[in-house]
Design a binder for this molecule. Structure first.
Ligand code: AMP
Length: 537
């Protein structure tokens, strides 16, 4: 028997319409590069997002066309989050931390037709402009510099709209957004989010035991809007009608704390690197900052240290430890206290909160161990595999063969975990050969390949070392050719021609040989053990 319910598409225009009609008075606050504060309402955001959609259609945007953005977190970027997909386009957020060559590859691979870029990020565009061909480039101007030749003002694009916008028909399975993530080997890989996936993720993220958002909340996503949809926070806040605050380029702890206090923020989110100086400042000057009691700090991207969770708790704030992936739109689990918490000791509670949490509704998880499916006993380790309505089933036109999905359709996360009987996932290791520094990826394999291209280097292995601030930093273990004479600085100088500065290894160790497994693969575990006492600061 067929249900007697409408076959109603789950698409982003529904969220935009709901927000515009019901929460028109709600505020959106952005900090501009000159530190001034800009405020407007959901009504303004609604009108301008629709103007953007209409203007893009006038400019010839066709269903599925990609629109690249190279922007900080701000109100205009939120307009793009809705304006582009509501016109039937695909919002492709470009990660401004990447090297120019990588950005050029990504733009060309995604075939971005238009670009919207912040004026203060034009130097980044300059670095790869010659290698790509955007049909039109629109600049969000927060400063007074004249427009570069051939570029147009984002505001002029908006005013070109006549106010006659009608949403095009959009299928819920159509792509609405795109994001690239680092490949372990080879090139970055693109994930194309669907309207349906984003809408369901948005609904799920809002529920009490995920972010628990309502129209009385004020949310400040520090996680960049160019990285994995800013964990779904902007879209969820628009749906729930919460006040939204954006930092612009100012993510230093003083600027963040100022906004948390002055705007009465109730939920914020970012990687551990962002929170470290915030915790320090709060501990040093507890009287100086008056944050809302019970405020929620979502910490994810890398493991939230237990000490950080304890510190926030001592100060009367709640930590929500979140785990997710670009391939998962991105949230998969959140560390919220189940009722079983009430009968635990304080130490057990913190140990549990330091785990990565329980799956969101609709996210299915399983552990694949060496001997098949592993039990949820808190001990047996294996690879975490996931499936659900917002989890990628493929990469966008991959260049290399991809082995990220099982034959029965589960996504292989590359994270090694245990799951306890309550369903709390704990990440214990990673099978992917990547280093996560300050929330962004460094490909060990890319750096190794570059090193091995040096005529005086025989072989090289790059491993992650723990770092107090950045969580992980690369250490290069290099075997030199006979009679070669290279210093660590020579090695770093060589790499700097190819990679962004933050990709360069903090240290270079010259070793006699790279240890190998019986099948001849680099045995990085042995190197990690050998240099386990190593700390880069
Ligand atoms: P990304 O696609 O850049 O968001 O990175 C996703 C990966 O980051 C995951 O597969 C994990 O390896 C790591 N990650 C994300 N959140 C956490 C967390 N809370 N704890 C530990 N690792 C995490």
């Amino acid at each position: 028997m067929r249900g007697t319910i409408m076959d109603y598409p789950l698409t982003l225009p529904t969220i935009l319409e709901h927000a515009g009609r019901l929460h028109g008075d709600q505020e959106i606050v952005s900090r501009h590069p000159d530190k001034s504060i800009h405020r407007y309402t959901f009504a303004d955001f609604y009108r301008r997002s629709r103007q953007l959609a209409e203007a893009l259609l006038q400019a010839g945007l066709k269903p599925g066309d990609r629109v690249g953005t190279l922007c900080w977190n701000h109100a205009e970027h939120l307009e793009m989050y809705f304006g582009v997909p509501c016109a039937g386009g695909v919002l492709h957020t470009l990660n401004l931390r990447l090297h120019a060559d990588e950005l050029a590859y990504i733009v060309n691979h995604a075939d971005d037709r238009f670009l919207i870029v912040d004026d203060d990020l034009l130097p980044i565009l300059e670095g790869f402009k010659e290698k790509v061909s955007f049909e039109r480039i629109f600049v969000v101007r927060h400063g007074n510099d004249p427009l570069p030749e051939g570029m147009e003002d984002y505001e002029d694009l908006l005013t070109a709209a006549e106010g006659t916008f009608v949403y095009p028909e959009i299928e819920e399975t159509a792509a609405c957004g795109m994001c690239y993530t680092s490949g372990t080997t080879g090139r970055p890989k693109g994930v194309a989010y669907s309207h349906r996936g984003v809408v369901l993720h948005t609904l799920s993220a809002a529920v009490p035991d995920v972010f628990g958002l309502s129209m009385r909340d004020c949310i400040l996503p520090i996680v960049p809007m160019f990285h994995a949809n800013a964990w779904g926070m902007p879209t969820t806040a628009v749906m729930t009608g919460s006040k939204i605050v954006f930092t612009g380029p100012h993510m230093d702890h003083e600027s963040v704390l100022e906004l948390l206090e002055s705007e009465n923020v109730t939920l914020t989110g970012g990687v551990p690197t962002v929170w470290l100086p915030v915790v320090d400042a709060l501990k040093k000057e507890p009287e100086r900052w008056k944050l809302k009691k019970g405020m929620k700090f979502v910490i994810g991207g890398s493991a939230a240290p237990e000490a950080m969770i304890r510190d926030f708790d001592n100060m009367g704030y709640q930590v929500i430890h979140a785990w997710g992936m670009t391939e998962m739109t991105p949230i998969g689990t959140t560390g919220v206290p189940k009722p079983a918490f009430d009968s635990m000791s304080k130490d057990e509670q913190f140990a549990t909160l330091a785990k990565q949490g329980i799956p969101l509704p609709f996210v299915e998880i399983r552990i694949m161990g060496d001997d098949g499916l592993a039990p949820w006993d808190g001990n047996t380790m294996g690879e975490l595999q996931v499936r659900g309505p917002w989890i990628a089933d493929s990469y966008y036109n991959p260049d290399d063969p991809i082995f990220s999905w099982t034959e029965d359709g589960w996504f292989r996360t590359g994270d090694v975990v245990t799951v306890d009987k309550e369903g709390y996932v704990k990440i214990t290791d990673r099978t992917k050969d990547l280093i996560k520094s300050g929330g962004e990826w460094i490909s060990s394999v890319d750096v190794e390949n570059a090193l091995m291209g040096h005529p005086q280097i025989k072989e090289a292995a790059v491993i992650a070392m723990p770092h107090e601030k950045w969580v992980e930093r690369p250490l290069a273990c290099v075997v030199l050719e006979e009679n070669a004479a290279l210093s660590p600085d020579d090695v770093r100088e060589f790499l700097s021609q190819k990679f962004a500065k933050w990709w360069l290894p903090d240290a270079v160790e010259f070793i006699d040989e790279v240890p190998r497994t019986s099948t001849g693969k680099f045995q990085k575990l042995a190197l990690r053990e050998r240099f386990s006492a190593y700390r880069s600061n």
